[in-house]
Design a protein around this ligand. Structure first.
Ligand code: DGJ
Length: 727
C-alpha cells in the first residue's frame, strides 16, 4: 500500500518504492506540508516545526501566536487570511468577496487511479499499480469543495496530483486560479532548472540559484510552446546528473501554464504549477465541477539522470497509449525539406521508391497537398486534395506508394484556417477573434476556435474521412501559430476568459475521437517543430517532431534538453541535407546519422540526390537502427556528457535486460593537443564483462564506468558510436 494514514494525528504519508511525501492536518483544520524526498518512516511530528512564531506576523487566532499562515508550510494555500505568499487557488464569489479559507474535512483512499475526464493523464492498467488519496478541503460558508487527488505509483516512483473544485453552494463562483500542485519546502537551498527556448532552439537547459521573491516560467501563447516547457526541477546542494536530490514537476497539459518558486522572508520556498491564471477564469455554476490538469512529481536522490529515467519509463508505459506504445517505431522519410511545396505525384512516388530501396519503412507527404496550397499563405481548412498536383488523389497516391512496399503517411494542420480558404469564406466566425478587432495573422493563418463544438465536429469529420478513405498509416498533426486577440463568438462575456482552456478541452476531445477511431494509425504531433512537446500531446500521439532545426550540432542541445523529461521513443529525429537549411552548417552524414539515431529515426531530404557512396552509408544507418531501435526506444538512457557544459556530448542506451548497450560520443569543435579524452559509461554491472562489437575487446563494467573508453578524434563535428554486449 502506497498510502499510510495515522488516523489519530491525521498524518498522510504517500510512499513509492523510493520516495516519501508527507502531509499533516494541524489544529484540526489546515493541511500542512511536512516532507517530500527520500523514502523514510513516518517522522515524529513534534520535529516538523510546522507552526512557529515570527515577529510582525498576522495571526489566524489572536490567542495562538504560532498560527500565522504566512510561515507555516501549506499543502494548498488559498492566499487569504494571514498568508501573503503566492496562492494555489483564487476565487471570486457572487458578492465580490475573495476570502476562501479551505479547511480539511476528510479523506478517501481508493485502489488504482481514476482517469481525468476530458484531460490527458497517466493511467494504470491494474488496480495494484497505484493507490489514490483524495483529501477534501472546504470553504464551509460558501459550500466550495476542493478535492486534492494524489495517486501513488509505487513501482514507477512517481506521484501524480490533480485538483477538483466543486461548487456545492447556491450561487455562481468565479475561479480565477487553480494550481494543480503546490509544495512548500523548508529552505531555499536549491537551484531551479528550466527548459526555455525558441523556434528551432527548443528546450535548452538553464539553471539558476533561488533568490528571495518569485522566479517563474510560463506560457501565455495558447500552447505549451517552444519558448518554455511545462517542466521545472529543484536541485538540492551539489546535485548534478548522477548525484544529489532532484525534485521534478511536469504538467500534463498542452496550453498556457505557469510554474515557479517563491522564496519567502524566512527562506522557505513555495513551488507551484498549473494552468496559467493569465487569460483564465472559470464560472462554476451550482453543482458544477472544474478539474485542473495533472502534474507529475518525481523525486530522485541520484541526480537528474535518475529523474529522467523515471519520467521516461512512466511516460513510455503509462502515458503513451495504443498500439505504438509497445511497438517499435517505423523509420520514416518526409518530403518537407526535400521539396517544400514544389512537388507532384511523380516526384512523391519517386522519393517513396528511393526510400524503400534504402530500407526506410514509411514515407510521409508533408504540407502542400490540399486546396490550392502552393505556399504557406492559403487553404488551411480546405482538406480536399489538389488534383493538379496529385491527380490520383490521396487514396491513389497512397496506393502507389504502398505498391512500392512502403507505408504512407500524411501531414495535416487541422486546428488552423487560412483567411484565403473556402472554410473561412463560409465560416468567418469560426476562428478565435474579437468582434471589430484586428484578426492578427501568423504565417498567414488564424486559429480555429476549438472551444466551439461545431468546429470540433468539423475537424473530426473531415480528418476522419481522409483517414477512412485512403490507406494511411501515419499522421503528422501540425500546429503553426500561437493565439492572439483572444475571443470566441459563442461564449458569453463573463466566460470569454475560459476560451484558452476550453480550446484545449476541445482539442483533446477531437484527438480522442480521431485517434480512438483509427487505432492502427501512428500519430506524431508537431508545432513548428517542438512547440507543443508535452505530456498532454503524448497521451494522444506517441511521438512529437522535436524541432524544425535538424542541424546535427544544434540537435545535440535540443535532444539532450528534451530528454530531461520526455522518452527517446517520443522524439522525432531526422537526418537532413547539408548545408543545413536552418543553420547553414555542413556536417558529415555520419554525425547527422548518429545524432538522429539517438531518437526516433528518419530522413528529411531529397533521397534521390544521394551519391552511390552516400546511399551505401544510409543503407548501413538504416540497418543499424533496425538492429538497435528496440533498446534505443525502450531502454534506459544515461546522459554521459552535457553539451551545455562543454565541447562534447555523450549518452548511452541500456536495454531493459541490461545486456545491450549503444553509446554515442560527439565533439563539436576540434582541439589541438587536447589531452586524453574519455567517455565513462553508467548503469553497468561492475563485475560484468562487456564486449565491444566493433573490435571484440572485452572490459569489466567497473573499468568502463570508472576509467572509461578512450575517444580519439580529428576535425570539427565528430561523432563515434560503440555497440557493447554483456557476455
Ligand atoms: C512546420 C513543421 O515543423 C515542418 O516540419 C513542416 O511540417 C511545416 N510546418 C509544413 O508547413
Amino acid at each position: 500500500m502506497g498510502i499510510i494514514v495515522d488516523k489519530e494525528n491525521l498524518v498522510f504519508h504517500l510512499q513509492t518504492n523510493e520516495t516519501s511525501y508527507i502531509m499533516a492536518v494541524k489544529k484540526g483544520k489546515y493541511l500542512a506540508h511536512v516532507y517530500w524526498g527520500k523514502k523514510m518512516n513516518t517522522p515524529n511530528m513534534d520535529n516538523a516545526l510546522l507552526m512557529r512564531w515570527s515577529c510582525f506576523g498576522a495571526m489566524e487566532e489572536q490567542e495562538d501566536a504560532t498560527y500565522s499562515m504566512d510561515y507555516v508550510r501549506q499543502e494548498y494555500p488559498t492566499g487569504c487570511g494571514t498568508d501573503y505568499r503566492i496562492p494555489a487557488i483564487e476565487v471570486e464569489y457572487k458578492d465580490g468577496s475573495r476570502v476562501c479559507p479551505l479547511e480539511y474535512t476528510g479523506y478517501k483512499i481508493s485502489k488504482g487511479k481514476r482517469p481525468l475526464e476530458g484531460l490527458p493523464a497517466v493511467y494504470v492498467e491494474a488496480e495494484e499499480e497505484g493507490d489514490t488519496l483524495d483529501i477534501i478541503l472546504e470553504d464551509k460558508l460558501k459550500g466550495l469543495r476542493v478535492t486534492l487527488a494524489y495517486s501513488v505509483l509505487s513501482k514507477y516512483n512517481a506521484i501524480t496530483r490533480s485538483v477538483k473544485v466543486e461548487n456545492g453552494g447556491e450561487e455562481n463562483v468565479k475561479l480565477e486560479k487553480v494550481m494543480s500542485l503546490s509544495v512548500d519546502f523548508e529552505t531555499s537551498d536549491y537551484e531551479m532548472l528550466q527548459l526555455p527556448g525558441a523556434w528551432g532552439r527548443e528546450r535548452h537547459i538553464e539553471r539558476r540559484v533561488l533568490r528571495s521573491g518569485l522566479q517563474s516560467v510560463e506560457s501565455r501563447r495558447g500552447a505549451s510552446s517552444h519558448q518554455m516547457n511545462p517542466f521545472i526541477a529543484l536541485l538540492g546542494p551539489g546535485a548534478n546528473e548522477t548525484v544529489g536530490n532532484v525534485y521534478g514537476i511536469n504538467l500534463v497539459y498542452s496550453g498556457n501554464f505557469t510554474a515557479g518558486v517563491e522564496v519567502d522572508s524566512l527562506f522557505q520556498s513555495r513551488l507551484y504549477m498549473g494552468i496559467n491564471n493569465y487569460d483564465f477564469s472559470w464560472l462554476l455554476e451550482p453543482g458544477e465541477v472544474f478539474t485542473a490538469p495533472e502534474a507529475v512529481m518525481v523525486f530522485s536522490s541520484h541526480g537528474l539522470g535518475e529523474m529522467s529515467r523515471i519520467y521516461h519509463k512512466l511516460y513510455r508505459e503509462r502515458l503513451v497509449r495504443g498500439k505504438y506504445r509497445d511497438a517499435v517505431r517505423p523509420i520514416l522519410a518526409n518530403n518537407w525539406e526535400a521539396t517544400y511545396f514544389d512537388f507532384d505525384e511523380e516526384k512523391i512516388v519517386a522519393l517513396a521508391g528511393e526510400a524503400k530501396s534504402l530500407g526506410i519503412e514509411l514515407f510521409v507527404l508533408d504540407d502542400g497537398w490540399f486546396g490550392k496550397r502552393n505556399g504557406d499563405n492559403c487553404s488551411l481548412g480546405d482538406w480536399f486534395v489538389n488534383r493538379e498536383k496529385l491527380p490520383s488523389g490521396i487514396d491513389g497516391l497512397a496506393k502507389k506508394v504502398k505498391e512500392q512496399g512502403i507505408s504512407f503517411g500524411l501531414w495535416v494542420e487541422p486546428e488552423m484556417v487560412s483567411p484565403d480558404s473556402e472554410l473561412y469564406r463560409k465560416h468567418p466566425d469560426w476562428c478565435i477573434h474579437v468582434k471589430d478587432r484586428n484578426r492578427t495573422q501568423c504565417r498567414s493563418q488564424l486559429t480555429l476556435d476549438l472551444s466551439r463544438r461545431d468546429v470540433c465536429d468539423y475537424i473530426i469529420e473531415t480528418i476522419g474521412s481522409i483517414l477512412d478513405n485512403a490507406p494511411i498509416s501515419y499522421i503528422k498533426w501540425d500546429m503553426n501559430r500561437h493565439m492572439t486577440n483572444l475571443g470566441s463568438a459563442l461564449l458569453p462575456a463573463e466566460r470569454q476568459k475560459e476560451m484558452p482552456h476550453r480550446y484545449m478541452l476541445g482539442l483533446y476531445h477531437v484527438l480522442e475521437e480521431i485517434v480512438g477511431k483509427h487505432p492502427d494509425v501512428l500519430f506524431e504531433s508537431c508545432s513548428g517543430g517542438g512547440g507543443r512537446f508535452d505530456g498532454g500531446m503524448l497521451y494522444y500521439m506517441p511521438q512529437t517532431w522535436t524541432s524544425d532545426d535538424t542541424d546535427g550540432v544544434e540537435r545535440l542541445y535540443i535532444q539532450y534538453g528534451t530528454s530531461l523529461v520526455y522518452p527517446i521513443s517520443t522524439m522525432g529525429s531526422h537526418v537532413s541535407a547539408v548545408p543545413n537549411h536552418q543553420s547553414g552548417r555542413v556536417t558529415s552524414l555520419k554525425l547527422r546519422g548518429d545524432v538522429a539515431m539517438s531518437g526516433n529515426f528518419g530522413y528529411e531530404l531529397d533521397l534521390t540526390k544521394f551519391t552511390p557512396e552516400e546511399k551505401e552509408e544510409v543503407r548501413g544507418q538504416v540497418a543499424q537502427y533496425k538492429e538497435l531501435r528496440t533498446f534505443i526506444q525502450s531502454g534506459d538512457m544515461y546522459r554521459l556528457q552535457s553539451p551545455f557544459e562543454g565541447n562534447t556530448a555523450a549518452w548511452m542506451f541500456l536495454s531493459q535486460d541490461k545486456k545491450e548497450i549503444f553509446a554515442a560520443y560527439f565533439r563539436i569543435c576540434a582541439k589541438v593537443n587536447p589531452g586524453i579524452t574519455r567517455m565513462k559509461l553508467q548503469g553497468l554491472q561492475p563485475d560484468g564483462i562487456y564486449e565491444i562489437k566493433e573490435t571484440g575487446q572485452r572490459f569489466r563494467g567497473d573499468e568502463l564506468m570508472e576509467i572509461g573508453l578512450v575517444v580519439d578524434m580529428h576535425g570539427d563535428y565528430q561523432s563515434r558510436t560503440w555497440r557493447l554486449h554483456k557476455v
